[in-house]
Design a protein around this ligand. Sequence first.
Ligand code: SF4
Length: 139
Amino acid sequence: MGECCGKNKAKAPGESCGCEKKKTVLFYACSGGANVAEVADRAARQLMFEGAGSMFCLAGIGAGIPGMVQTAREADVNLVIDGCPMDCGKKAFDKAGLTNCVQIKVTGLGIEKVKVTRATDEQVAQVVAKAKEVLAAGQ
Ligand code: SF4
């Protein structure tokens, strides 16, 4: 059970008042030029549109925009989806001094980085499934 503000009357003894604090879950995708980056980008958007959290701008973290770095610092979960072992997203977090992130690497799921190739629906679904697994493990 999440945190409760206690402002409203609980339905039953021991239950929360129904105002449980929602976790701030942010998704970042490397969104580079490679097919695996397209997979990362589409997966992050799908997770957002399914209501699992919000996609946030990795470029803002990389650029060191203070308010955006602060938002990431205060988030409950920062899930960084990188396309390949170059780890651009994770390195942007490192550079900003942010240690509170978990990373998924698209190539680490057996998806090959191939030039001039589009992401497939199956690949996106695979990354979305992995992200949900990672989120569930962190509950
Ligand atoms: S992590 Fe790989 S795919 Fe993503 S932007 Fe960096 S080099 Fe491109």
